[in-house]
Design a protein around this ligand. Structure first.
Ligand code: ZN
Length: 238
């Protein structure tokens, strides 16, 4: 529940938005706990639970840090809709641990560094509407975390739209796949720049996988472009 407290006497934990001299404390979007950013319990559920592994119809393996329900779902929605940076950082950690499993987990083969993280291309209209590009940001934040841990990882926006696509919301599984089939292609301008090679190993990054249509369309475009798709690392999977 969101309450109001005066800024006077606010402790450092009572971080929030100042509004008319009052401090509106942030609550944990995962559970609603007041006075927290993302509370330790929701953080643990996202970052310490067992990883979920899910093969898609095209053979691409998705590794998710959590199931698409409860706090994980609410945190993804909060990051998308409110653009809360603190939530974005926790989601990036969730993606980073899924990426580690995809790229270096049991059963993975060798690949030359750097590993590339590629998010689905973002439509300009969404950027304008939300004022942010959450999924590419997620890839960049996850890459930064992995580099800090010593891995050679780079986030690259390798894809662009080949045509206009409808918003995926409200479409069923088949419609989503049709909507995105052949909708993306690799940008040759970006391949060859900054150590990005045609044969580079790539992990697809996204916040949530439901039908798998987006991840499969992204993976198809990357494979078409000659890149080696190791799988997808996401925050949550349905
Ligand atoms: Zn919480």
């Amino acid at each position: 529940m969101l309450g109001l407290v005066t800024t006077q006497g606010a402790t450092p934990r009572r971080r929030g938005r100042t509004w008319g001299g009052l401090l509106v404390p942030l609550s944990c979007p995962g559970c609603g706990a007041v006075d927290e950013v993302v509370c330790p319990a929701c953080r643990d559920r996202l970052l310490r639970g067992p990883l979920l592994r899910r093969p898609l119809a095209d053979g691409t393996t998705v590794v998710a840090s959590a199931a698409w329900r409860g706090p994980a779902r609410r945190l993804v929605v909060a990051a998308k809709e409110s653009g809360r940076r603190d939530v974005g950082v926790v989601l990036a950690r969730a993606v980073a641990r899924a990426v580690v499993e995809v790229a270096w987990g049991p059963g993975t083969g060798p690949h030359d560094p750097p590993l590339l993280l590629v998010a689905p291309p973002v439509r300009l209209v969404s950027v304008l509407r939300r004022g942010a590009r959450p999924t590419p940001d997620l890839a960049e934040d996850a890459a930064r975390l992995l580099r800090a841990a010593g891995a050679q990882v780079q986030a690259v926006q390798l894809l662009r739209h080949t045509r206009a696509v409808a918003d995926q919301g409200g479409l069923d599984r088949e419609e989503r796949a049709d909507n995105l089939a052949g909708a993306f292609e690799t940008s040759s301008r970006r391949i060859g720049s900054a150590g990005v090679r045609r044969s580079s190993a790539v992990v697809v990054v996204d916040d949530v996988v439901t039908t798998g249509a987006t991840v499969q369309a992204v993976a198809a475009a990357l494979r078409e472009g000659g890149l080696k798709v190791l799988g997808a690392g996401v925050v949550a999977s349905a």
